[in-house]
Unconditional design. Structure first.
Length: 617
């Protein structure tokens, strides 16, 4: 009889559920994809329902449910922090206590109540809930990083904002065991330092950090010394301490204080106001500091342990620029990064803790990894899609695969933007050819068209390339596989274009419209790209589509960005995809084998309320 373990993360941000069957990862999804509320932190009722219902089981079939952190220890940290800073932080203390006294102190009861509701919605009357366990936050990250990795033995480095107390932790994974080495504790946090600069530059904390990373190449790292002399003390081994008098995240609603603002000579930028060279230089500077810490930590861990593999997880592991530098330094022989490195992935880590540590089950190591390309979410058949399209009377054609791929290659060559909806939905923040918007990377206008007319977002934001795995070294200065779009690498020198003297004099956003290579749509201003390598074994249809484009154009690379608009989660269902298609200037929509052309669709009046919702993010 099969044994199931369900992992949960919720009530902070990016809630999710993940399901194991006899230790195999079979389903995982974030709640936001179902609720359509970005970074939804509520109990993941829809994600749990999906995980169970898609495999025809109920909670009665689940042996254990594991929550991703220990809330009482987090509560202890909150109390100690507020007592240590009193009387400052009084308002935020009262606000936090209202939430804790109402829900979080009674989390076990709250979880059971919500699980019973899911059980009822599945059509089962039994109110019996499986054993409910609690993992530590950073242990959940470490488990999500190591257990699915292709390594029998590895160092594990977890870096995020904060768990219960840990903000950075190091572990050794071997077989089914994970042992702690050391940790850096709150309030000293690399993740919160980066988030403080995210806040100061006018982006949303816990969601805008990747914008700061994308802004960094437009700036010069002129504030590195000021950061290191005032805000953070970095030791030679990479460990660090923050100077807390500059920050407010430990005692208030804001990330930075007056002393921080005085240091840099101005108040925080308000969202949607102009981004200046100052903000670009700040982004470049904190990126350099982050990379220095990550590299020093990695070097000291290699020297300390002698182990030649490294696994990464936690929100900082989504900093693909730092990851790329780590790869280039060759500190470790091999690196594996959990594609859902944030708290959503901790639901998976929690389930794996239950299976390998609580149940003491042996680990089976997959030579690639055990994430199945992260294609762990809902999928829809051609029959489901055709029934939906016929119901809404949307004109479409159905093509078999070879014919479809040749048609799409032609559309890409014409400069058209395509919504690509294929197979199971991805788990984690990246679109990897399941729910993607794609285009021709050779088209100089593609970046601005996609940003301003499709995604409704800032023009400076770069796009990522999807490249056939066997062609990656022909297009980029890297030989490693990067299936999860978590590594940045330079574009191949032969493809790059030398700047003129006049172009070299440009600053900031002025650099945006200067083509840097023969693949301008995916080449950032520093000649880099966030690379996804595509393998036939993990996503054969996406691979075959890119292959058709290569046959037609000689180019084995396409533009890949997530299938959503600004402020909205990545699409989950055909309904989500069609709605997004009709309210943007995408030219073509592909739903499995169904192809829809915008020119053939009925006219839809633009909903101004809908538009404003995304403009305000």
């Amino acid at each position: 009889m099969s044994s199931y373990v369900l992992g949960l993360s919720c009530y902070y941000h990016d809630s999710a559920a993940a399901l194991l069957k006899d230790g195999e990862i079979i389903s995982a999804a974030q709640e936001e994809r179902f609720s359509r509320k970005k970074h939804d932190s509520s109990f993941p009722k829809n994600a749990v329902f999906y995980c169970l219902n898609s495999h025809g089981i109920s909670l009665s079939d689940v042996k254990e449910i594991v929550y991703y952190e220990k809330p009482l220890i987090t509560f202890e940290r909150l109390l100690e922090t507020y007592l240590g800073t009193a009387p400052r932080g009084g308002r935020s203390f009262v606000a936090a206590m209202q939430v804790w006294l109402k829900e979080k102190l009674f989390l076990k009861t709250e979880l059971k109540k919500n699980l019973k509701a899911v059980q009822k919605s599945l059509g089962f009357n039994s109110s019996k809930i499986p054993i409910l366990l609690f993992s530590e936050h950073h242990l959940s990250h470490a488990a999500a990083a190591f257990y699915p990795s292709p390594f029998q033995e590895s160092v594990i480095l977890c870096m995020d904002g904060v768990g219960e107390w840990a903000t950075t932790s190091a572990w050794i994974g071997k077989g089914k065991d994970i042992e702690p080495l050391w940790q850096i504790s709150f309030p000293h946090s690399l993740g919160l330092l980066y988030s403080a600069f995210t806040y100061y530059c006018g982006f949303k904390v816990n969601s805008g950090e990747y914008k700061l990373m994308g802004l960094a190449p437009y700036g010069q790292s002129r504030y590195v010394d000021k950061i290191k002399e005032n805000l953070i003390d970095i030791k030679e081994d990479g460990t660090f301490r923050l100077e807390m008098s500059y920050f407010k995240f430990h005692r208030g609603f804001r990330m930075t204080g007056r002393k921080f603002h005085k240091l840099f000579g101005r108040p925080p930028r308000q969202g949607e106001t102009e981004l200046t060279q100052f903000h670009m230089d700040l982004a470049a500077s904190i990126q350099v500091v982050t990379e220095e810490i990550v590299l020093k930590l990695a070097k000291s861990l290699r020297e300390e342990t002698g182990i030649n593999n490294l696994c990464l997880a936690g929100g900082v592991a989504l900093n693909c620029v730092a990851n790329g530098k780590l790869l280039q330094e060759n500190i470790f022989d091999d690196i594996w990064i959990q594609p859902a490195s944030g708290d959503a992935g901790s639901a998976l880590g929690a389930a794996l803790v239950g299976w390998h540590q609580h149940q003491e089950q042996d680990r089976v190591v997959n030579t690639s990894d055990s994430m199945k390309g992260t294609y762990l979410g809902p999928e829809f058949s051609n029959v489901d899609i055709i029934n939906y399209l016929e119901k809404i009377k949307a004109p479409f054609n159905t093509n078999n695969d070879p014919e479809l791929f040749e048609c799409l290659a032609e559309e890409l060559e014409k400069g058209h933007v395509i919504g690509w909806f294929n197979g199971p939905m991805e788990f984690g923040p990246r679109a990897l050819g399941g729910r993607s918007i794609i285009g021709d990377p050779r088209n100089q206008k593609m970046q601005s068209v996609m940003n301003l007319k499709i995604k409704y977002r800032e023009s400076f934001r770069p796009f990522a390339p999807s490249v056939l795995e066997e062609d990656v070294s022909n297009q980029f200065e890297m030989n490693a596989k990067s299936p999860y779009m978590l590594l940045v690498a330079p574009v191949k020198r032969e493809l790059c274009k030398k700047m003129t003297k006049e172009e070299d004099k440009l600053f900031g956003i002025e650099k945006l419209n200067i083509p840097r290579s023969s693949l301008p749509a995916i080449t950032h201003v520093d000649y880099s790209a966030r690379v996804q390598t595509v393998s036939k074994t993990t996503n054969s249809r996406y691979y075959n589509l890119i292959s058709a484009f290569k046959r037609r154009t000689g180019c084995p690379t396409i533009v890949n960005t997530s299938f959503n608009v600004r402020g909205e989660p990545i699409v989950c269902t055909p309904q989500d995809a069609y709605r997004c298609f009709m309210r943007t200037e995408m030219d073509v929509l592909v739903l499995q084998n169904q192809i829809l052309f915008k020119s053939e669709q009925p006219k839809v009046e633009k909903d101004e309320t809908w538009m404003q919702e995304f403009e305000l993010d």
